[in-house]
Design a protein around this ligand. Structure first.
Ligand SMILES: [Zn+2]
Length: 126
């Protein structure tokens, strides 16, 4: 029952996020989606859809018990020398995929196509 609820939330979130990780923007065709709790279960977060986003496995594991806002702040900032490898990789993935999605969006505009990627669905693209 709980597993079905989480799976349903993950699928809805993946669709809402244009098929990309909430944090690093890797497409789920490259790295499969996992259900990610905005407020971690360990901190009272529920399994209901409003608390579920879709994240790649690496971001989900790295985020662990951090809240979503804090985690975004952590992976947006340039890693310090000596930072954990997974943190540096998440920061790098995010930069690479954001740039890739921007190029796709720009090409789409040139050829007159609607932006269906993560930047075209109201995502913060900072
Ligand atoms: Zn990710």
């Amino acid at each position: 029952m709980e597993r079905d609820l989480i799976s349903k939330g993950r699928k809805a979130a993946a669709a809402r996020q244009a098929g990309c990780c909430k944090y690093c923007f890797v497409p789920f065709s490259v790295s499969p989606a996992t259900a990610e709790h905005r407020v971690p279960r360990s901190k009272g977060g529920s399994n209901l859809g409003h608390n579920i986003d879709a994240a790649c496995e690496r971001c989900n594991k790295l985020k662990a018990t951090m809240g979503a806002k804090r985690f975004v702040g952590v992976i947006k900032g340039t890693p310090q020398i000596g930072a954990p490898l997974e943190l540096t990789l998440a920061w790098s993935r995010r930069r690479i995929w954001l740039k890739t999605h921007r190029v796709c969006r720009d090409i789409g505009r040139i050829v007159g196509m609607a932006d269906t990627g993560p930047l075209g669905v109201g995502r913060a693209a900072a």
